[in-house]
Design a protein around this ligand. Structure first.
Ligand code: NAP
Length: 248
């Protein structure tokens, strides 16, 4: 059976590193993105010129109709998905909870929580032996923020990752007998563009002294754990977490 992977938010950062490694491991790769078509198409070209197979599909994981179209597109172009990485995630300008409004909370929770639920639903419909599928694996990209709480920065984001952790535990038990494993990675401070979205592009270098290993992480150091959890080497691992946070 062909291994087909969908990586939400695969055009940049941790998702892009995961796409590169998945292609090297022989997966046909769907790189989902929201708006940066240039980055997504450049990555498709890079994978293809290395002999791999990849497509890029624009879809907003905060929109159910977009997710349905994403999975249908992959069915047609690559075949049914066998591996899903719920990686797309957002945060907003650093602030305290007493400054947050409901519109912001809805944006964060819809993209980070609802998006992961609906993508998982579409994957399970295709993977589960209960629905005639042949099994598969899901990795959720959570964050150490789920256990640290991100005070003074984005407690809303941390709470959304707490929900992703609960999704990982509950869903892993729900589909354990249906050939699907569900696990999560919890990165710490990783060098990507996400920190600029919080208003502090240099955040990793500011906070790295609080990391026992005294450095930030690279997206590739997260991607290797994701690919391991998806692989048959992790065949008895489900509902589990790998923290990639330098000891934090
Ligand atoms: P990033 O560099 O900001 O990249 C974000 C990716 O997600 C881009 O590909 C972007 O697409 C896509 N995206 C954003 N909103 C989307 C949406 N609504 N629908 C579909 N795609 C969307 O992020 P990152 O740092 O690699 O983060 C990836 C994941 O790791 C997130 O879940 C994040 O919470 C988690 N994480 C990151 C860190 C860290 O320190 N970096 C730590 C812990 C956890 P475009 O290119 O089109 O904009």
């Amino acid at each position: 059976m062909d291994q087909v992977i969908i990586i939400t938010g695969g055009s940049r950062g941790i998702g892009a590193a995961t796409a590169r490694l998945a292609a090297k491991r022989g997966y046909a790769v769907c790189i989902n993105y929201i708006s940066n078509e240039a980055a997504a198409q450049a990555l498709v070209k890079e994978i293809e010129s290395a002999g791999g197979k990849a497509i890029a599909v624009a879809a907003d994981v905060a929109k159910e109709a977009d997710i349905i179209r994403l999975f249908d597109t992959v069915d047609q172009a690559l075949g049914p998905v066998t591996a899903l990485v719920n990686n797309a995630g957002i945060l907003e300008t650093q602030m305290r909870v007493d400054q947050m409004d409901a519109a912001r909370l809805t944006r964060i929770f819809t993209a980070n929580i609802t998006g992961s639920f609906i993508c998982s639903r579409e994957a399970i419909k295709r993977m589960s032996t209960r629905h005639g599928g042949q099994g598969g694996a899901i990795v959720n990209v959570s964050s150490v923020a789920a256990r640290l709480g991100s005070p003074g920065e984005y407690v809303d984001y941390a709470a959304s990752k707490g929900a992703v952790d609960a999704l990982t535990i509950g869903l892993s038990k729900e589909v354990a007998e249906e050939g699907i494993r569900v696990n999560a990675v919890r990165p710490g401070f990783i060098y990507t563009d996400i920190h600029a979205a919080g208003g502090e592009p240099g955040r990793v270098d500011r906070v790295k002294s609080a990391v026992p290993m005294k450095r930030g992480g690279q997206p590739e150091e997260v991607a290797t754990a994701i690919l391991w959890l998806l692989s048959d080497e992790a065949s008895y691992a489900t509902g589990t977490f790998i923290d990639l946070a330098g000891g934090r």
